[in-house]
Structures are given as C-alpha cells and as structure tokens.
Write a protein that binds this ligand. Sequence first.
Ligand code: UDP
Length: 339
Amino acid sequence: MVDSQQVAPDGPVLVCGGAGYIGSHCVALLESRGVETIVFDNLSTGHRESITAPLVEGDLKDRASIAAALAEHKPKAVIHFAAKCYVGESVTDPAIYYRENVHATWNLLEEMRAANVTDIVFSSTCATYGEPTEVPIPDNHRQEPINPYGRTKLHMEHMMRDYSRAYGLRYAALRYFNAAGASLDGSIGEDHQPETHLIPLVIQVALGQREKIMVFGDDYETRDGTCIRDYIHVNDLGDAHLRALAHLQGGKGNVECHLGTGNGFTVMEIIEAAREITGHAIPAEIVERREGDPAMLVSGGTKAHDVLGWTPQRGDVKDVIRDAWGFLSKSPDGYSGRS
Ligand code: UDP
C-alpha cells in the first residue's frame, strides 16, 4: 500500500466549502502535501481563520462567481464540501436544502462542464441510506434516505452519476459516518453555531460551558441502550479525499464508498472516554429519544481500503476525542474567541 504521506493529487484544486469543518482539514492536508489549493466559500458557516490557502469569497448560487473562480485559478479538479447539513432544519425548511445543496451543485457542475474541469470529489453521507437494513452497513447498501437532507445528498450523487455517463465527469462520492476530531496541533477544529454534535458538546460540558450532556434515549437495542455511531477522524476524511482525487486523475474510474472506521461506540462510551481524557466529571442526563436517530450506524464497507488504499490513521476513538479536546481547550469559544 502507498504510504498516506505520498498521495498528492495534481493541483491546483478548488475546494468548495473549504472554510468549513471538514473542508478546512482537507485544505490543510492538501497544502501540507504541496498541492496548490484555492478555497471557494461564502463564509455563511465557514471560518476565514480556519484556512491559510487563498480564499475566493463566492457563492455556488451565483454562477458568475463560480465561472470567475474557474477562469482565474484554472483548477485541475474540484473538491466539493459546501452544503447545508442539519437534518432537523431540512425537515422544517427543505427549500433551503434543495437550493443550497441540489441547485448549487448543479450550478457547479454546469460551470465545471463549461470550463472543461472533469474531476470532482464530493462529500456524501451515510444519511443517504436512511434506516439501514444491515449493520455494519455495506458499501452497496440500498439508498433510501428518510429526511430531506439525505435526499438532497442522494440527488447530488445521482446528478454526478448522470453527468458522468453523459458528459464524462469523473467523480468520487464519499459517504461519511460521524466526522469528529481536530488537527493534531489543535489549530483547527469543529466550530458549529449552534453545536449539535455529541463530541464537541461533551467537551463543552468538560469545559464548564454547559451544565450537563443530554443523552437522547437509553432504550435502544444496543449494549447499554444508547445509540451506536462510527466516529471517523476529520484528518482521515481529508486523506481519503486526496486519495480519491488521485485515483480519478489516474483514470481509474468513479468511486462511491463509505468513510468510517468499522468500530461503533455508544453515547455512554463516548462520555466515559471523554471523562477519562479530560479529567472532568461530565454529568449526563437521560432524556427522550431524538427523532430520526437510528440505533446503530457503523461502516461495514471495505471499498475505501480496497480501491483507494485508505486506512484510518487515527482510528482509535480516544485519539479522536483527545484531538477535539485539544482544539476546544485551546479555543473554547471556537474561532470567534480568538484574538
Ligand atoms: N447525541 C446525544 N446528545 C446530544 C447530541 C447527540 O445523545 O446532545 C447522540 C445522538 O442521539 C446520536 C449520537 O449522539 O446517537 C451522535 O449524534 P451527532 O448529532 O453527533 O451525530 P449524528 O449521528 O446525528 O450524525
């Protein structure tokens, strides 16, 4: 297998949504491997402070701004992270998701087509599977999303498949499990407003910013009754994107696969691990189930390994929590609290 440090796609690479949580880690990795990188982001949820690469402040809803960025920077490929990703909001206001995810991606694909940019690596999600019929989930599990967020991501996958067949687009759709962690030096990490994800919330309790963590249900059919998830380190996600792009550029075909560790942890196990790592008590209270939470989501796919030679380098969930702690203990108020 190729050592992960040696995989570097041909640049320049335009990273849409590169100032977001996962995007910024991928951008840092591209730069660390010497790949010329340009970020395209409207900064609606991204953070300028999270990147050192040049930033085009543009919006995928505005085709002229995409065309201008492609004409100026002449990227060889695009990595596309820009999307809305709150399941609850997608239920109450799906129009935002069809506009920001589906329509914006169509704009991007059209402008790429006009500029003859053929390669795209795209953030998809295991939410495209909906309620899994088989766990661990195989890469070829049927896709039947149960909320508008998952449906818009599936539409985006279908669009790329159709563009590939008709116009020769080369694409990778990488379906993430639960992205977590931060850069190893704590310089960049997860800063969502509002924060809804388990690991940063648990750390905010450790930091005294919240009184306790609410555990959404303890009556699931799992080993301790709380939900099981597969937490994948954000740097490992970044590495998979670089590998996927190098794979496309090598003419080896489109890729659709999972990005997960294959190991599942319950909510209580995450809290317990965070108590150990932070040395804080982290009070927890069991509350009602959260609507739409499947009991167990764990990757059972081997395609990312088999096709891309990808193996998570920080696959131990304690390392994931340790890195998230490293970022948030340095920047307890996220990027906005930095001078
Ligand atoms: N969770 C929880 N309390 C919280 C936030 C999340 O118990 O305050 C649980 C949630 O029910 C799920 C797991 O933690 O089982 C991971 O949730 P998260 O929102 O981080 O990611 P998701 O699985 O929704 O993508």
